[in-house]
Design a protein around this ligand. Structure first.
Ligand code: ARG
Length: 452
C-alpha cells in the first residue's frame, strides 16, 4: 500500500512480526460496516460521484458475502483485516482505490474496534441480565432457608439464603452499571479524525457517526487515534465482574465441602476423579475462580501498554486487542455457565442448621434482648461474652440451657427470652430495611424485580 516511498518490499520476517491479521480478522464484518458508511458519506458530500460511491458499496457487500460464505482467504502479507478487505474490494471493483479517501487506518481501526466491541457488549449485557434474573429466582426459592452467615469465616449470625443470593444481585447489578458506562464510553465515532489531524477534504463526520449508530463524532482528532479509554473501561468492568464471580464461586466451593456440605451442586456441572471413586468436584466453580486472574491480567497488560505512550497513534496500540478478545471470551463463557449452574444449586437446610448448632450465633440476639430490658449494650455484650466462654468450656449449647441456668448467669433473663432463642426467630426478627428478616428479603425481591 505504501511502496511509493520504498525501494524494497518489507522483509518477510518483518511482515510476520508486524501483521495483526490473527487478532483483527474477527472484526471483518464490523470493518465493512464502517467502510460502507464512509463510502456513502464520500458520495453524499460530492468527494466521490454518487455512482462511484454506490459501486464501492456494492463491492463491499460482495466482499462481505465472500467472508460469510467462507471463500475469502485473507493473507497476513497484507498485514491486517483492513488492508485485506480493501485489496479484495479493489480486485472486484477498481473504484475500491478511492475508498480510503480522507481516511487513515488509525481512525479506521478505532471505528472498527468500537463497532465490534459494542455488539459483543450488547450481547453480554443480556447475559448479565439473565444472571441477575437467576439470582432473584434463587432468592425466591430459598427465602425461608437459613444458613450460617460468616465474618472472618467464623459463624456470625444466621441469615436467609435468599438474602445471600440478593447480596450478589447487588454486586452484579453494579457490574451492569459499569458495563453501561463502557457502552457510553465507546459511543463516539472516530471516522474523519484521519491519521491524527482530520482532513482537507469536505467530509461530513456527523453523517458517518449517525449512519454507524454513534451519538456524535469524537471531538478531538489527536485524542481520537490515541484514545483507548473505552478498552480500559471495559477491562475494569470485566475485572470487577470476575472478582465478584471468583468470590461467589469460592463461597459455594467452601459450602460444598464435606465439613459444611449445605450446598448441593448439580451432577452435570461437576466432574469426578480418575482415581478416587467417591469424588464429585466443583470444577466449574474452580475454573471460573481461576480465570479471574487472566482477566485482571489483561487490564494490567493494557494499562502498561498505554502508560508513557506519546500522543498520538503508536504501533504499540495494535497489541490492544489480544487481551480484549481473551477477556471478552472468558467473561461471556463465565456469565453463561455460572447463571446455568446457579439456577440448579440446592441447599440442604438440615446440614446448614446442624452447622449452626455448633456455634453461638444467637449471642447478639441475647445481648439485644437485654438492651430492651434496659441493660447498656456494652454490659450486655460482656455478660453474654462471659456466658459463651463458660458454655464453650463446659460444652453446653445455648439451646440446651434451662431458664434457671440462664438466670444463674444473667439474672435479667426472663421466660420471654426463651421464645427468641431459635435461628428462625433470629432471622425473622432482623426486620430492618436491608436486613435478613424474611419479610425484608421478600421486599428486596420485589425491589430487585422492578429494578430489572
Ligand atoms: N494493523 C494496525 C493496527 O491494527 C494498523 C495501524 C496502522 N497505522 C499505522 N500508523 N501503521 O493498529
Amino acid at each position: 500500500m505504501w511502496h511509493g516511498r520504498f525501494s524494497k518490499d518489507t522483509a518477510e520476517t518483518v511482515q510476520d512480526f508486524t501483521q495483526s491479521l490473527d487478532i483483527d480478522w474477527r472484526m471483518a464484518e464490523a470493518d465493512i460496516t464502517g467502510s460502507i458508511a464512509h463510502a456513502k458519506m464520500l458520495g453524499a458530500t460530492g468527494i466521490l460521484t454518487p455512482e462511484e460511491s454506490a459501486k464501492i458499496v456494492d463491492g463491499l457487500m460482495k466482499v462481505a458475502d465472500e467472508i460469510r460464505g467462507g471463500s475469502f482467504k485473507p493473507s497476513a502479507k497484507l498485514e491486517d483485516v483492513h488492508m485485506n478487505i480493501e485489496a479484495r474490494l479493489t480486485e472486484i471493483e477498481p473504484l475500491g482505490a478511492k475508498l480510503h479517501t480522507a481516511r487513515s487506518r488509525n481512525d479506521q481501526v478505532a471505528t472498527t474496534t468500537r463497532i465490534y466491541l459494542r455488539s459483543r457488549l450488547r450481547a453480554l449485557r443480556e447475559n448479565l441480565r439473565e444472571l441477575l434474573r437467576v439470582l432473584v429466582a434463587n432468592a425466591e426459592r430459598h427465602t425461608d432457608i437459613i444458613i450460617p452467615g460468616y465474618t472472618h469465616m467464623q459463624q456470625a449470625q444466621p441469615v436467609s439464603m435468599g438474602h445471600y443470593w440478593l447480596s450478589w444481585f447487588e454486586a452484579f447489578r453494579r457490574d451492569l452499571r459499569r458495563l453501561d458506562f463502557v457502552l457510553d464510553s465507546l459511543d463516539e465515532c472516530p471516522l474523519g479524525a484521519g491519521a491524527l489531524a482530520g482532513s482537507t477534504l469536505p467530509i461530513d463526520r456527523e453523517m458517518t457517526s449517525e449512519l454507524l449508530g454513534f451519538s456524535h463524532p469524537t471531538r478531538n482528532s489527536l485524542d481520537t487515534v490515541a484514545n483507548r479509554d473505552y478498552m480500559t473501561d471495559y477491562h475494569y468492568f470485566a475485572s470487577v465482574f470476575m472478582i465478584h464471580i471468583s468470590r461467589l464461586c469460592n463461597d459455594l466451593i467452601t459450602w460444598n465441602s464435606q465439613e459444611l456440605g449445605f450446598i448441593v451442586l448439580p451432577d452435570d456441572f461437576c466432574t469426578g476423579s480418575s482415581m478416587m471413586p467417591q469424588k464429585k468436584n466443583p470444577d466449574v466453580l474452580e475454573l471460573a475462580r481461576g480465570k479471574a486472574g487472566q482477566v485482571i491480567g489483561n487490564l494490567v497488560d493494557l494499562m502498561i501498554t498505554l502508560k508513557g505512550l506519546p500522543m498520538t497513534y503508536n504501533r504499540d496500540l495494535q497489541e490492544d486487542k489480544r487481551g480484549l478478545w481473551s477477556s471478552l471470551d472468558t467473561v461471556e463463557a463465565v456469565v453463561k455457565i455460572i447463571a446455568e449452574l446457579l439456577s440448579q444449586v440446592d441447599v440442604d437446610e438440615g446440614l446448614a442448621l446442624a452447622g449452626l448448632e455448633k456455634g453461638y450465633s444467637l449471642a447478639t440476639d441475647v445481648a439485644e434482648y437485654l438492651v430492651m430490658k434496659g441493660v447498656p449494650f456494652r454490659e450486655a455484650h460482656m455478660m453474654v461474652g462471659r456466658l459463651v466462654g463458660w458454655c464453650t468450656a463446659n460444652h453446653v449449647a445455648f439451646e440446651d440451657m434451662t431458664l434457671e441456668q440462664w438466670q444463674e448467669h444473667i439474672p435479667e433473663v426472663d421466660a420471654a427470652m426463651m421464645d427468641i432463642l431459635s435461628v428462625r426467630e433470629s432471622v425473622r426478627r432482623r426486620n430492618v430495611y436491608g436486613g435478613t428478616g424474611f419479610e425484608q428479603v421478600r421486599r428486596q425481591i420485589e425491589e430487585a424485580k422492578s429494578r430489572l
